[in-house]
Write a protein that binds this ligand. Structure first.
Ligand code: P6P
Length: 371
């Protein structure tokens, strides 16, 4: 979707978005929302990298007495970062405590109308002065329990147009307004205009799609820009890695157990046993699956029939990315992007990654003949 660039021209997220606007793939309003998300992720990445430093620079402030230990500073940071996206950003409150300045939050870009965050019970309508068109769903710090151990964490986001019949313009009844906000965010993943994640790991990597393929940008702190590092990512049709929390094995269905066992003992197709990789952080596990192939799964089980992951801001954005890269995103019984959420924090089982592994899983779970 981007015009040919000379080999010497640095392609950044900014120039990539400008290209998309020039080619009328996206409009400048959507580009502004994506840029504001990228800015928030730059700040989150910078603070995550310093989470383990006791009384980290930038955490000093009214809410953070001096001398906090690394663990407490990390917890405080997580609280501050998780509240980030839904704030009317005036640089106060938990965001300031997390060392973030004014103008970082999504509200500040002036194009966002409603924000649904993993950390907010209900969607937040951006106040009139800042309010714009778009609906943003956001998991600001997925896998945050890993921060204290220095293991990769990530942010996941999706952007929708508001539902046609759900304008919140000139609404004054808070009850009515909230109902419309919920309707605005509860849209099927098929309606996503943009889906993406940012991985905070050995590098800060932003991966996103606007429906024309998947592109990855690596943050260069020297120039403060996301540089195009992974143009047009394609997931291998078949991989060699599965990524499940096998600690839940005994709670899985018999079919689910049969599937994992068949990857471990693949005599029947004369293959080699798969490798197991699982860091307990969806963005890290998904990013490795996207680049190397294979399957990531969080099944439903005897304790949680719908599994643990949230449809709106984990499963749907990751499924759009998987499909745009030539893979699949499934609950085992249906395509994730077809599901219309009934509640903001609804959970669904998620299996995503290479086509072969996901289709094989669907056939086993549905008791159909194997592909
Ligand atoms: P478990 C993190 O809490 C998360 O939401 C995902 O990032 C991750 O894939 C999953 O839960 C890990 O859950 O039950 O395996 O620890």
């Amino acid at each position: 979707a981007t015009s040919a660039k000379s080999q010497y021209e640095l392609q950044t997220l900014t120039t990539w978005l400008l290209d998309l606007e020039k080619n009328a793939v996206i409009d400048n309003e959507l580009a502004a929302v994506i840029s504001s998300i990228a800015t928030a992720c730059k700040q989150i990445g910078s603070l995550v990298n310093r989470a383990g430093i006791s009384n980290p620079h930038g955490l000093a402030g009214p809410e953070n007495g001096a001398g906090r230990g690394p663990e407490e500073a990390g917890r405080h940071l997580k609280r501050g970062l998780r509240k980030l996206p839904a704030q009317q950003w005036d640089g106060a409150g938990s965001g300031a405590a997390a060392g973030l300045g004014p103008g970082v939050g999504l509200a500040a870009c002036g194009r966002t109308g409603v924000i649904a965050s993993e950390e907010e019970d209900l969607p937040v309508a951006v106040e009139e002065t800042f309010s714009g068109e778009y609906v943003v769903v956001f998991d600001p710090l997925d896998g945050s329990s890993n921060i204290d151990a220095g293991i990769s964490v990530g942010s996941i986001f999706g952007i929708y147009e508001p539902s046609p019949e759900c304008s919140i313009e000139d609404m004054d009844d808070p009850e009515e307004m909230m109902k419309k906000c919920v309707l605005n965010v509860c849209q099927a993943g098929n309606e996503l205009l943009c889906a993406g994640y940012t991985l905070y790991s050995s590098a800060t990597i932003l991966v996103l799609t606007v429906g024309k393929g998947v592109y990855g940008f690596t943050f260069d702190p020297l120039i403060g820009e996301f540089i195009l590092s992974h143009p047009n990512i394609r997931i291998p049709d078949k991989g060699k890695i599965y990524s499940f929390n096998e600690g839940n094995y005994q709670m899985w269905s018999e079919e689910q157990k049969k599937y994992i066992d068949s990857l471990k003992y693949p005599e029947k197709w004369g293959g080699k046993p798969y490798s197991s990789r699982y860091i307990g952080s969806l963005v890290g596990d998904f990013h490795r699956t996207l680049l190397y192939g294979g399957i990531y799964g969080y099944p439903g089980d005897a304790k949680n029939t719908n599994g643990k992951l949230r449809l709106l801001y984990e499963c749907a954005p990751m499924s759009m990315i998987a499909e745009q890269a030539g893979g699949k995103g499934s609950t085992g019984f249906q395509r994730v992007l077809d599901i219309v959420p009934e509640a903001v924090h609804q959970r669904v089982p998620l299996f995503c990654g290479s086509k072969w592994e996901v289709e094989y899983l669907e056939s086993v779970l549905q008791g159909k003949p194997e592909p």
